[in-house]
Design a protein around this ligand. Structure first.
Ligand SMILES: *Cc1c(COP(=O)(O)O)cnc(C)c1O
Length: 472
C-alpha cells in the first residue's frame, strides 16, 4: 500500500521527489475573501445547508467535483468547433468514436448529464417490483431505480461501511451477498447489477479488476446484465494500476478498457472524470437496448445525436475523454486528493481511509462524537467549516441518505461524512494547505460545536434544499 500514502511534503528529506501538476495556468478567476461576520450571515440565510450558499460567498469551493473542473485550451478550442446542426452533428460522431475507443461500448446516446442516463436505463430495464443490487447506493442512481419500481439492495463488502478499514478495494462487491440475493429474489427479478467505480458514497473507493471479473462470471451464470456507473471509472482504473497485482506497467487507458469489458453498458456523468461542465451519456453493447434508448432519449433529453447537449458540449466531452485517461493527468488529480488527506492524517483528524479518488471525507461521527446522528453531525461540520474558512464542503450522511420510500422511516447510514471534493485542475497546493488548516481549526474547537435541527425537508433528494437551524 506504499503508493497510497504519497503526500508531497510529508517527509521533508532529500529522498523525497515532488511531482507537479501537468499543466500551467493561462487564465485565472478571481476569488473573494469574506469576514467571519459575513459568513455567519450567509450560512444562516442558506439554512445551514452549503448547497444553498451563493458561490460568490465561497472562498474555496469543495462542494463537488461535478462540472467544476477546468477545461483545457484544447477543449475550449473544441467549443469553437461546435457543429450546432439539429441532427447528425459532427461533434456527436467525435464523441461516439471516443466512447467506442476508450470505453469499448459500440452504442451510446448523449444525455444532459449522468442522471439523464440513469433515468433512461432505469425505464428501459426495470419492471415494477424488481430488485437492483449495487455496490452502495448513489443518490440519483437509486432514486431513478426506485421511481421505475425497483428496490435497491446494497451488496458492497462490509469494509466499505468502516471508515477506518484499510482495504485497498473497499468498493468491491460482496459475492456472497450478491449470490444470496439472486437465490432469494430469482435472477428473473434482477434486471441488472449496478456496479459503481469508484464508489462515491463509500469515500471514492475503488473496485478491483479481479472483483469485476468475478461479478461478471457470477452474473453470466445467471444471465444477469451488469451496468457500470462509469462516472469515475478513470479514477478507478488508476487505483487498479497503483494497487492491483499485474497492472503496474499498464496504462490507465488500457485498464479502463479492460474494466469495461466485464459489463453490458454504462451510465456516465461527463461532469466528473471527463472534465466538462455539463454532459453525460448512456452506453451499451446490446442493439435492442440501444434502440429503446434512442427512442426514449427523444422524449426526455433530445434527439439521439444530441441528447440535450449542444454540439460544442459534445466536442468538449470527446476531447475530455482523451485528456482524462492520460496517466500524468490522473496521477496528479488523485495526487492532489492524497496530499490533502495525508496532511489531515498527520494532524490526527479522523478521515475515511484509504484516501479516495476525488475527495477527502471527514468522519463526522469521530470528529463530533458528542452529537447524536439526529443532530446531523456532518451537516453541522460542513456549516462550521464554511464559517471557519469560507470553505464549502458537502454532507454525505443522514441527510443525504433520506427516507425509506415505502415506510417513510428515516435511514440511518453507518457513515456520517463531510466530503471535501477536489475539482480537477482548479486549485493549487496552497489552496489545499489553507483548507487543511481550516479543518484543523474546527478540530481544535470541536467540543464547543453544537448540532442542528431540520426545519424544512423536501420530498426528493432532500440534501439539496433542506434547511436547518442551530439547536438552541
Ligand atoms: C454525479 C454522479 C452521478 C449523477 O450524475 P449527474 O451528472 O450529476 O446527473 C451518478 N453517479 C455518480 C457516481 C456520480 O458521482
Amino acid at each position: 500500500m506504499s503508493n497510497i500514502i504519497r503526500g508531497k511534503t510529508i517527509v521533508e528529506s532529500r529522498e523525497r521527489r515532488s511531482w507537479a501538476e501537468p499543466y500551467k495556468i493561462k487564465m485565472v478567476e478571481r476569488l473573494k475573501t469574506t469576514t467571519r461576520e459575513q459568513r455567519l450571515r450567509a450560512i444562516a440565510e442558506a439554512g445551514y445547508n452549503t448547497f444553498l450558499l451563493r458561490s460568490k460567498d465561497v472562498y474555496i469551493d469543495l462542494l463537488t467535483d461535478s462540472g467544476t473542473s477546468a477545461m483545457s485550451d484544447h477543449q475550449w478550442a473544441g467549443i469553437m468547433m461546435g457543429d450546432e446542426a439539429y441532427s447528425g452533428s459532427e461533434n456527436f460522431y467525435h464523441l461516439e468514436a471516443a466512447v467506442q475507443k476508450f470505453y469499448g461500448f459500440p452504442y451510446m446516446v448523449p444525455t444532459h448529464q449522468g442522471r439523464g442516463a440513469e433515468h433512461l436505463l432505469s425505464r428501459i430495464m426495470i419492471r415494477q417490483g424488481q430488485t437492483v443490487p449495487g455496490n452502495m447506493y448513489f443518490t440519483t442512481t437509486r432514486l431513478h431505480q426506485e421511481l421505475a419500481g425497483a428496490t435497491f439492495v446494497d451488496v458492497i463488502i462490509d469494509e466499505a461501511h468502516d471508515p477506518a478499514s484499510l482495504h485497498p478495494f473497499k468498493g468491491n462487491v460482496d459475492l456472497a451477498k450478491l449470490q444470496a440475493l439472486i437465490d432469494r429474489e430469482g435472477a428473473d427479478n434482477i434486471p441488472y447489477v449496478c456496479v459503481a467505480a469508484t464508489v462515491n458514497m463509500a469515500g471514492g473507493q475503488p473496485i478491483s479488476m479481479q472483483n469485476m471479473r468475478d461479478v461478471h462470471a457470477l452474473c453470466a451464470r445467471h444471465g444477469i446484465k451488469i451496468f457500470l456507473d462509469a462516472t469515475r471509472a478513470v479514477e478507478n482504473a488508476y487505483f487498479i494500476q497503483q494497487r492491483e497485482e499485474g497492472y503496474k506497467n499498464r496504462s490507465v487507458a488500457s485498464i479502463l478498457h479492460e474494466f469495461c469489458v466485464y459489463s453490458d453498458g454504462a451510465t456516465m456523468s461527463g461532469k466528473k472524470d471527463l472534465l466538462v461542465n455539463i454532459g453525460g451519456f448512456l452506453a451499451m453493447r446490446d442493439p435492442n437496448i440501444y434502440q429503446q434508448a434512442s427512442s426514449l432519449v427523444v422524449v426526455f433529453e433530445g434527439m439521439h445525436t444530441y441528447g440535450g447537449l449542444a454540439g460544442r458540449d459534445m466536442e468538449a466531452m470527446a476531447r475530455g475523454i482523451e485528456e482524462a485517461v492520460d496517466d500524468d493527468h490522473i496521477r496528479a488529480r488523485v495526487g492532489q486528493v492524497e496530499y490533502l488527506g495525508e496532511k489531515l492524517i498527520g494532524w490526527g483528524i479522523p478521515i475515511v481511509l484509504p484516501v479516495g479518488g476525488h475527495a477527502v471525507y471527514l468522519d463526522a461521527k469521530r470528529f463530533l462524537p458528542h452529537l447524536t446522528q439526529d443532530q446531523f453531525p456532518a451537516q453541522t461540520l460542513a456549516a462550521e467549516l464554511y464559517i471557519q474558512g469560507g470553505i464549502r464542503s458537502m454532507e454525505r450522511g443522514i441527510v443525504s441518505a433520506g427516507r425509506d420510500p415505502v415506510t417513510g422511516a428515516q435511514r440511518y447510514p453507518k457513515l456520517e461524512l463531510v466530503r471535501l471534493t477536489i475539482p480537477r485542475r482548479v486549485y493549487t497546493q496552497a489552496h489545499l494547505d489553507v483548507t487543511a488548516e481550516s479543518v484543523a481549526d474546527c478540530f481544535d474547537r470541536r467540543a464547543s460545536i453544537t448540532g442542528l435541527t431540520m426545519t424544512y425537508e423536501p420530498q426528493y433528494l432532500r440534501f439539496f434544499q433542506a434547511r436547518f437551524e442551530p439547536i438552541a
